[in-house]
Write a protein that binds this ligand. Sequence first.
Ligand code: HOZ
Length: 431
Amino acid sequence: MIHTTSEKLFDRAVQVIPGGVNSPVRAFASVGGKPVFITKASGSRMWDVDGNEYIDYVGSWGPMILGHAYQPILDALRTVMTDGTSFGAATEREVEMAELIRSIMPSIEMVRMVNSGTEATMSAIRLARAYTKRNKILKFDGCYHGHADSFLIKAGSGAATFGVPDSPGVTASVAEHTLTAEFNNIESVRAQVQQHPHEIASIIVEPVVGNMGCIPPKNNFLNDLRTLCDAENIVLIFDEVMTGFRVALGGAQERFNIKPDLTTLGKIIGGGLPVGAYGGKKEIMKMIAPSGPVYQAGTLSGNPLAMAAGMAQLKILKTDSSVYEKLEQSGSLLEKEIGQFIAQKKYSVTINRVGSMMTLFFTSQPIRNADDARTCNTKLFGEFFQSMLNEGIYLPPSQFEAAFISSAHSSKDLEKTVKAVQKSLSKVFEM
Ligand code: HOZ
């Protein structure tokens, strides 16, 4: 594949944009080479500025669950935009959106729209702190909850990929209030709770981790967190920015049947436009201004275009159950075909999958937490990524990310993907 135009664009970009990208995970620094610059996307496909075509498994990091440029979303946008793009005032659509979210996720009795997952998580912990009158939060090593200061402690995603899980610029006085524990290890959580009695306001967790690659929760882990939070009056926050409306219509809380106190949501409820939200128990949510004293605001929150696109997507997800059946079938087919090949060849690769989220970890050991994920051979992953790109498959450019399948991925796409994986694995393991 030729990437001359992308390379030239990247050379220009690094002069004016830090690292040449507007979000670190887009850079190819950990997999080698320069990022490809995308011009357009449709269904399961994306095209770059050099005219190369890819089957896309990033899906804008999750929201394109129905595929790119999905017609009902485009139609909704066209209809709404002629009435104006932002008012900074209340609209009927925001009410409809809140009602729609509540009807799909019953743990969300009230919801506040924001503009990104980062805004949702940082607002949710402020609220939890105010509600409990406690200062500390507990997060899990390798989980990523956006880039607010409190979360850049043992953070996953781009922070892990680029070796800055504890970012400079986060003050010691902020960091001291973020405790960490090991995902899937309830004893490590209990130890922290015992060491900090009545100090922890909230435990925040990705119920299925996406940001150190895809890691499912062990049997009782989420249940044990719920029980512990109830016993200690700690606010349990499920960060469902990736898993909401993805691993089931009602997110991980529906799939694993656990009710968090608060939930944070992101991009998927904007159908590809910048959106986030946080919601949960009325008793807690009523503390947000103007009904309560916890301040949080935003001019573009509940933006008409974002609400229209998001609702168009959510309404289809709510009414067409075949979407989730297809996502499960596609994920299971990829896992089975690739898994059989890996077993037959005895390659050191472990596959984790939950529904349409999936990661190939370049190690033979089971991946249950961040320490397991760190055993991966990231150099081999980089070579695999480059080979896949060359075969026309666009994967997340990091070992510590999940790939996302959409309902637009056809059986032909999946077939082509399996072949490309087989070719690429053979290449990197038998070179
Ligand atoms: N958490 C997403 C990736 N794991 C966010 C994408 C981004 O940071 O750009």
